[in-house]
Design a protein around this ligand. Structure first.
Ligand code: PGA
Length: 240
C-alpha cells in the first residue's frame, strides 16, 4: 500500500526507460487497484507487464469493496499476486482461500503469482518444508500440477519481508529445490519449467547472488521496487 498518482507516474516511466531493451527476462509491476489504469496507460505495448496484488475469488456478487478477477482483466492485468504473507497474516487468508483465489485468477486468464513461505518461528522449529509443502499442496490438490505450470511461485520467507534480512542464497536455494521436487512428484515436466521467484529484502546489492542459484528464477520485489534505480538494477541482474 504505497504510491500516489504523481509519484507512480515518475516511477513507472523510470522503470520503463530502465528496462527498455532488456529482453532476456520478464518484468512486471503489481500495483494497488486504483492505479491499474495508470499502469496500463504507461506500460501498454512495453516489455513490462502489470498486475494486481490481490483479488476476490468470486466472479461477481454482493461483496462490497472487493474486486473480481474479471475487473482486473478489464484493465489489462497479466498477473495477480495470490497469498502474499501480509494477506495470509493480516487478513487471515487460509490455504483454502488462497487456492480459491489462485483458481479464480487462472480461470479469468491471468497468471497467479503464488506466494509461500514460513515465519521465523516455523523456521526455528524446523518445519519450513512442512509449512511450504502444505501451502503448495492446497493449490496442487485443488487446481492440479498443470495449473501450477501456468503460474509463477514466489518463495517469500516471512522473516525476510520488509525486514532487511535476506535469506542467504543457500537458504533460499534449499527451499526452491524443495518446491520444485514437490511439484515434480505430481508432474516432472511442469517442475522443470516452473518459474520460482525469491522474495524478501531483495535489493540491487544481493540480487545477482540470489539469481545465480540454480533453482532461483527471479525475484518478487517489495521495498526496492519503489526506487526506480534499485528496481532497474535488480532487473539488470535478472537479465544477466
Ligand atoms: P521486500 O518485500 O522486498 O520489501 O522485503 C517483499 C514482498 O513484500 O513481497
Amino acid at each position: 500500500m504505497y504510491g500516489r498518482l504523481e509519484r507512480n507516474q515518475a516511477l513507472l516511466q523510470a522503470i520503463l526507460a530502465g528496462v527498455r531493451g532488456l529482453d532476456k527476462a520478464g518484468y512486471a509491476v503489481c500495483a494497488p487497484y486504483p492505479y491499474l489504469a495508470q499502469a496500463q496507460s504507461v506500460l501498454a505495448g512495453s516489455n513490462v507487464a502489470w498486475g494486481a496484488q490481490n483479488l476476490n475469488p468470486h466472479e461477481e456478487g454482493a461483496y462490497t469493496g472487493e474486486v473480481a478477477p474479471g475487473m482486473l482483466v478489464d484493465f489489462g492485468c497479466t498477473y495477480a499476486i495470490i497469498g502474499h504473507s501480509e494477506r495470509r497474516g493480516l487478513f487471515h487468508e487460509s490455504n483454502e482461500i488462497v487456492s480459491a483465489k489462485f483458481d479464480a485468477a487462472l480461470k479469468a486468464g491471468m497468471k497467479p503469482i503464488l506466494c509461500v513461505g514460513e515465519t521465523l518461528e516455523e523456521r526455528e522449529s524446523g518445519i519450513t518444508e512442512q509449512v511450504v509443502g502444505t501451502q503448495l499442496d492446497a493449490v496442487l490438490n485443488r487446481a492440479g500440477a498443470q495449473a501450477l505450470g501456468k503460474a509463477v511461485i514466489a518463495y517469500e520467507p516471512v522473516w525476510a519481508i520488509g525486514t532487511g534480512k535476506t535469506a542467504t542464497p543457500e537458504q533460499a536455494q534449499a527451499v526452491h529445490a524443495f518446491i520444485r521436487q514437490r511439484v515434480a512428484q505430481h508432474d516432472s515436466q511442469v517442475a522443470l519449467s516452473l518459474c520460482i521467484l525469491y522474495g524478501g529484502s531483495v535489493k540491487a546489492a544481493n540480487a545477482a547472488e540470489l539469481f545465480g542459484m540454480p533453482d532461483i528464477d527471479g525475484g518478487l520485489i517489495g521495498g526496492a521496487s519503489l526506487v526506480a534505480e534499485e528496481f532497474v538494477a535488480i532487473c539488470r541482474a535478472a537479465q544477466n
